[in-house]
Design a protein around this ligand. Structure first.
Ligand code: KIV
Length: 267
């Protein structure tokens, strides 16, 4: 199956049992590189707050910042399916406020869809967005915007009651019209059960091997932070080491007058 281009392709991928690959992205250069790969779709996550801006949580991220980064990513990946994350408190106040924020995001960035965290409490919001022709991705399990309520970045849904609630929430989001569901830090069996129960695809991060697709934060996957090594992460590169040694070598060559060389100068 060729790369995903619209919301119907997600359902088709699930029907064909073809796993979906998603990656986060926040900037133009990485977006251009992603567009050269076969990765299916991009999430401009509010993880931008931690991975890019250095905040200690995703809570400070604003609608303006999501618009800024999504628009940049769209320029680097003009033909890819892009999901813009809705920041904390941008969809909590009222349906009207949510529609206004999402209207701006869709108009000003060229995103194909938005993502929001949470279950049954957000069903009216999901329904209103879908009615306004804005495709919605749900997000259950570890929902980082609720960090103060959850008390830590830990696996969610281990207890029977919480497991039952997550299954019900997943069903409600699907019925409300969400076309895709992210499951974060969920026991593998629970993610497998939800994936088997839903018609819409699930995308896992720390949710095991049986989701309909996977997502990773780009800076995690590339090994930018050598101190971040959660169990669910596979690092496909050691960019921290690579970048640090390139920068150190540049410094050493400047102070030793090795750079610039003859070939780098104008006559
Ligand atoms: O913000 C983000 O990057 C996310 C993914 C981790 C799913 O929500």
């Amino acid at each position: 199956m060729p790369r995903i281009t619209n919301i119907n392709d997600f359902k088709k991928a699930k029907a064909e049992k073809r796993p979906i690959s998603m990656i986060t992205c926040y900037d133009y250069q990485f977006a251009r590189i992603i567009a050269e790969t076969e990765i299916d779709c991009i999430l401009v996550g509010d993880s931008v707050g931690m991975a890019f801006a250095g905040y200690s949580s995703t809570l400070p991220v604003t609608v303006e910042q999501i618009i800024y980064h999504t628009e940049i990513v769209r320029r680097g990946a003009p033909n890819m399916f892009i999901i813009a994350d809705l920041p904390f408190m941008s969809y909590h106040v009222s349906v009207e406020d949510t529609l206004r924020n999402c209207g701006r995001i869709m108009k000003e960035t060229g995103a194909n869809a938005v993502k929001l965290e949470g279950g049954r409490d957000f069903v009216p919001v999901v329904e209103a967005l879908v009615k306004a022709s804005i495709p919605v991705v749900g997000h259950l399990g570890l929902t980082p915007q609720s960090i103060h309520k959850l008390g830590g970045y830990t696996v969610q849904g281990r207890e029977d009651e919480k497991r039952k609630i997550m299954i019900e929430d997943a069903k409600m989001l699907e019925e409300a019209g969400a076309f895709l569901l992210v499951l974060e830090m969920v026991p593998e069996q629970l993610a497998a059960d939800i994936s088997a129960m839903l018609k819409i695809p699930t995308i896992g991060i720390g949710a095991g091997r049986h989701c309909d697709g996977q997502v990773l934060v780009i800076t995690d996957l590339l090994g930018m932070d050598d101190s971040f090594n959660p169990k669910f992460l596979k690092k496909y590169a050691n960019m921290h080491g690579m970048v640090r040694s390139a920068l150190q070598q540049y410094h050493e060559e400047v102070v030793a007058r090795v750079f610039p060389e003859e070939k780098n100068v104008f006559k």
